[in-house]
Design a protein around this ligand. Structure first.
Ligand code: SF4
Ligand code: SF4
Length: 194
């Protein structure tokens, strides 16, 4: 795929501009999250997500190059600090708070929401989801943080009360591709120099 310099500049897909482009994308993600939370609330469901609840901040998470650029822009010195000990996200502080909250990657912004994704019949079979033999090629899988599991039967929630996996992930990968010529994920722990 070839992308002209003119297109890249017009859409903010240059290494110098991508942090702002990604932050605008995060604003759209946050707006959608707020809609989902409002839909859940209208059904009497309030998620247990709160500051200091950090079971979802696991070690081994990764981010794209564009997501890393947002962290570098908003927290230029964070890489010089000590990472959290192995076993949890390196950006967590000792009290369980995120040290880069305003710049946290996309995956951290949808933590806790009911997630819905389309999976192939093969994946469905591997996950133990019953396939009816009708030849259907895609199935829907849903998931939620175990802290929020008891709040609702997520399979019964309307689609509007769930985050649909796929579109945002594709956009994020495309942003990296347009900006850097390749889509690459960086382990969060690699962000730290020590
Ligand atoms: S970047 Fe922040 S919100 Fe995301 S996993 Fe790490 S500590 Fe949690
Ligand atoms: S996703 Fe789960 S662990 Fe993370 S803040 Fe929400 S309730 Fe807590």
């Amino acid at each position: 795929m070839k992308i002209s310099e003119e297109y890249r500049r017009a859409n903010g897909f240059t290494p110098e501009m991508i942090a702002d482009t990604m932050m605008a994308f995060y604003d759209a993600v946050e707006a959608r999250c707020e809609e989902i939370l409002a839909n859940l609330k209208a059904s009497g469901i309030t998620l247990k997500c709160r500051a200091g609840c950090c079971g979802c901040c696991s070690d081994g998470l990764s981010m794209t190059q564009a997501e890393a650029s947002v962290i570098r822009k908003l927290f230029p010195d964070i890489g010089k600090e000590q990472p959290h000990a192995e076993g949890a996200c390196p950006f967590l502080d000792a009290s369980g708070l995120c040290r880069i909250y305003r710049a946290r990657p996309y995956i951290c912004r949808t933590h806790g929401l009911p997630m819905r994704s389309l999976i192939s019949a093969e994946e469905a079979s591997e996950m133990g989801i019953a396939c009816d033999g009708s030849g259907q090629e895609a199935y829907e899988a849903r998931d939620i943080c175990e802290e929020n599991e008891s709040l609702a039967d997520i399979m019964e929630l309307p689609d509007e009360s769930c985050w649909t996996v796929g579109v945002a992930e594709a956009k994020i990968a495309a942003m990296d591709l347009c900006t850097y010529g390749e889509s690459k994920r960086i382990p969060m722990r690699n962000f730290f120099q020590n």
